[in-house]
Design a protein around this ligand. Structure first.
Ligand code: EPU
Length: 440
C-alpha cells in the first residue's frame, strides 16, 4: 500500500539530531566491495531503499549481503566471482547501480551492465564512464541495452571533463576499473566530491595505490590484488544540509551532530548571504538558530566545492519564503526543476526559463496535496510543508525513502508534525470499467 507524508505546518524545530551516513558515498563503496573476495564491512551506512536495492544487485553478482545486523553495519561477503551481469530489472530501478561496472571489469575481466535510461533530472548520459574505461585499454560494446566492457585494464590517461563538469559516479567507475590495471592511470578532471575521497580512502585501505583523492587529478598505480575493507561511510552532507534548511525555514534552533561542516562551506556561505545564523560548535557539530526570516540570495549549482545540485530544491524552498527575490541557476542538471510546479501549488512565486528560475519570496505558503517527483524534490516539499499554513500531503514518498534515513523520525524528534500515512489510491474509471469488462 502506498504511503504519503501528512505535514502540519507551523512548528518551530528545536533540538539536536544525528546525521546519518552518506547515500552517495555508500552506494559506490558497496559496489567497490566486489573488488575483493571475502567480507567487506561498511559502517555508518544509512538505512535506505537504495542501499537495500544495491544489496540485491550485489547478491545477483555473487555476494552474501548482511544488512544492519548491527546499526549502520553492512557486510558484503563476495563468495562467487563468476557472475558478470547486472540486469535491466535492477539497474533501471537505480542509476547508481551502474557503479558495479568498474569493479566487475577490474576483478572479473568482463562486465555486462544494463545502460541506465534518462530520469526526472534529465537525460543523464554515461559517455564519460565509457570514454574513461576505453582510455585504460578496455573494449566497450552495446548489446540489447547492455554495456559490455571487456579486457584487462592497462592504465592510461583519462580526461573526465564533460559539458556539465566532471562526473561523480563516472570517476568512481573509472577509478575502480583502474586499481588493478597493469600500469599507471592518470585521471584528469576527476570529481572532487567528498564521496569520491571516501571511496579513495576505502580502495587504499584495500591495498590500492591512489594519490590525489579530493583533487581533480587522481594517479593510480595498478596492484595485483586487493583485500576486503572495513571502513566507515562519511556523514551525509545533503541530509545535513536539508535538516539545516529545515531549521531555517521554521525559524528554529537545531543542532546537527556527527556531520562534517568542512565539506559544507558552499551552504554556509549561502547562509551568511541569507542572514541565516549558524555556529560550528566543534569539528562535527553545527547549530542553526534562525529566529528571523531569511533574506533572498542568488544561487548557482556547481560541482564540489560549489553549491550542490542536491540541495537546490531544499534551498529553493527556503527562498520561496525569504525576503526579496533570487535567481536560481541549475548548472548540473538544467532540467532539475520538476519541484517548481509543486511549490507553486503551495503558493510560491517562481518564474522559470531553461535552467534558471526567479523566486520571489512570499509572506506565506499554504498547505495542499503535492507529489514528489524525485528524492530531493520530495525533501523540498516536506520543507515547504513545515513552513506552510495548514496541512500538506506529500505523495510519492518512495522517492524520499530512497535517500533519507528515517527523515520523518528525525523531524518529529525536533518537534515537527509529520506523519507517514497509508492511503488508498483512488481507482480510475478505466480500471473499474476493465474489471467490469473482465467480469462480463
Ligand atoms: N554527465 C555527462 N556524461 C556522463 C555522466 C554525466 O554528460 O557520462 C553529466 C550529467 O548529465 C550531469 C553532470 O554530468 O549533467 C553531472 O552528472 P554526474 O555523473 O556527476 O552525476 P551522477 O554521478 O550520476 C551523482 C549523485 C547525484 C548528484 C550528482 C551531481 C550518486 C549516486 N548520485 O550522480 O545524486 O546529483 O552526482 O552531484 O552519487 C541525489 O542524491 O539526489 C542525486 C541525484
Amino acid at each position: 500500500m502506498p504511503h504519503k507524508f501528512v505535514v502540519e505546518g507551523g512548528a518551530r524545530l528545536q533540538g539536536s539530531v544525528r546525521v546519518s551516513g552518506s547515500k552517495n558515498a555508500a552506494l559506490p563503496m558497496m559496489a567497490a566491495a566486489l573488488l575483493a573476495k571475502g567480507p567487506t564491512i561498511l559502517r555508518n551506512v544509512p538505512d535506505l531503499s537504495d542501499v537495500r536495492l544495491m544489496a540485491e544487485i550485489l547478491e545477483t553478482l555473487g555476494a552474501d549481503v548482511t544488512l544492519f545486523a548491527e546499526p549502520g553495519v553492512v557486510v558484503i561477503d563476495v563468495v562467487d566471482e563468476a557472475p558478470i551481469h547486472a540486469p535491466y530489472e535492477l539497474v533501471s530501478e537505480m542509476r547508481a547501480s551502474f557503479c558495479v561496472l568498474g569493479p566487475l571489469l577490474a576483478r572479473r575481466g568482463e562486465a555486462h551492465v544494463s545502460q541506465p535510461g534518462g530520469c526526472t533530472l534529465g537525460e543523464r548520459p554515461v559517455d564519460l564512464h565509457i570514454k574513461g574505461i576505453q582510455a585504460i585499454g578496455c573494449e566497450v560494446d552495446f548489446v540489447r541495452g547492455d554495456v559490455i566492457a571487456k579486457g584487462r585494464p592497462t592504465g592510461g590517461r583519462v580526461y573526465l571533463g564533460g559539458p556539465m563538469g566532471p562526473s561523480v559516479t563516472g570517476t568512481a567507475n573509472v577509478l575502480c576499473a583502474s586499481v588493478m590495471s597493469s600500469g599507471v592511470t592518470i585521471i584528469d578532471q576527476a570529481a572532487c566530491e567528498p564521496e569520491i575521497s571516501n571511496l579513495v580512502e576505502m580502495l587504499n585501505s584495500m591495498g590500492a595505490k591512489i594519490r590525489g583523492g579530493g583533487t581533480s587529478r587522481l594517479v593510480i598505480e595498478g596492484v595485483d590484488e586487493l583485500r576486503p575493507a572495513n571502513i566507515a561511510v562519511i556523514p551525509d552532507r545533503i541530509e545535513a544540509g536539508t535538516l539545516m534548511i529545515a531549521s531555517a525555514i521554521t525559524r528554529g534552533d537545531v543542532t546537527l551532530e556527527q556531520c562534517d561542516p568542512d565539506v559544507m562551506l558552499a551552504l554556509f556561505d549561502k547562509f551568511t548571504e541569507m542572514r541565516v545564523p549558524f555556529e560550528r560548535l566543534d569539528a562535527t557539530t553545527v547549530r542553526i538558530n534562525c529566529p528571523n526570516r531569511a533574506k533572498a540570495a542568488d544561487l548557482a549549482t556547481l560541482p564540489y566545492p560549489g553549491f550542490p545540485t542536491d540541495l537546490q530544491s531544499p534551498l529553493m524552498a527556503l527562498l520561496c519564503v525569504s525576503e526579496g527575490y533570487a535567481l536560481v541557476e541549475e548548472k548540473i542538471y538544467p532540467e532539475r526543476f520538476m519541484h517548481v510546479p509543486e511549490y507553486r501549488r503551495l503558493g510560491a512565486d517562481i518564474r522559470k526559463q531553461f535552467n534558471t528560475a526567479i523566486v520571489t519570496g512570499v509572506d506565506r505558503v499554504y498547505g495542499a496535496p503535492v507529489a514528489a517527483t524525485d528524492l530531493r524534490a520530495g525533501a523540498g516539499l516536506i520543507l515547504m510543508g513545515l513552513a506552510a499554513e495548514g496541512t500538506t500531503d506529500v505523495m510519492k514518498i518512495q522517492h524520499v525513502d530512497r535517500g533519507y534515513d528515517r527523515l520523518e523520525d528525525k523531524l518529529t524528534s525536533l518537534g515537527a508534525n509529520i506523519k507517514r500515512v497509508e492511503f488508498f489510491p483512488r481507482r480510475r474509471a478505466s480500471d473499474r470499467n476493465s474489471k467490469r469488462a473482465r467480469a462480463a
